[in-house]
Design a protein around this ligand. Sequence first.
Ligand SMILES: O=C(NCCO)c1cc(-c2ccc(F)cc2)cc(O)c1O
Ligand SMILES: [Mg+2]
Length: 214
Amino acid sequence: TGSTRPQRLLRAVQKKATQGDPQSVIATIDHFCRHSEWAMNVGDEKGSILDSVVTELNPSSALELGTYCGYSTVRIARLLPPGSKLITLEFNPAYAAVARQVIAWAGLNDKVQLVEGPSGDLIPQMKELFGVQTFDFVFLDHWKDRYLPDTKLLEECGLLRKGTVLLADNVICPGTPEYLEYIRNSSRYESRYFKSHLEYTKVEDGLEKSVFLG
Ligand SMILES: O=C(NCCO)c1cc(-c2ccc(F)cc2)cc(O)c1O
Ligand SMILES: [Mg+2]
C-alpha cells in the first residue's frame, strides 16, 4: 500500500509551494508533472488560455466539472474578483481529498466550494443547495462522455444565461466528439476552438469556448 499519484503531487505542493501563494502552487504542480510524473491537470499551456478567458469574463459565479487535484480550480479561483464563487464538482473521493488540501494550501477556501458526487445528480440541485441563479462561466474537464449530457442538463435547469461562457478541455485528446458535434451545430451557441497541446506533451489537444446565446 503505497501512495497514489495525486498524493505524491500534494506532497510536492506542501514541500515546495508557499502557503497562500496560488502562483507557487501552480508552478510546483507544473514542475512535478513535467519532471516527475505526468498528471491530467489542464497544464500551463492550456492553462494560459483558461486564464485569459476567465480574466476577460471576470465571472461572479463559476462552475467547474471535474476537480481532480485542484490545479485548474486554483487557476480559476485566483483570478476571481472578491465576493465571487467557484463551485467545483468531483466524483472521485480520493481526488476530492487531495484537491481540498491543494486549494487550502493556495489560500483559496473562501472562493471555492468543492462538492463530491456525480455531476448528473448535483447539477439539478445547484439552485436549492447553493443558492445559484445562473453561472457566468463553466469549465468542463470531467469524464468526457459527460460533457454533452451535463451541458443539456445545465440548459434544462435554467443555469445558463445569455452570454454564459462554456470552456471545454480535451476536445481533441481524449476527445469529446458528441459534445463538439452538438455545440458547433447548435444555433444556441457561438463556438471557437483554441488549438493547443495535451498537458505537458507535444500531442495536439485544444479548448472549445462556447457562448450560450439564450
Ligand atoms: O479523464 C480526464 N479527466 C476526467 C477525470 O478526472 C482527462 C484525461 C486525460 C488523458 C488521459 C490519458 C491520456 F493518455 C491522454 C489524456 C487528459 C485530461 O486533461 C483529462 O481531463
Ligand atoms: Mg482535462
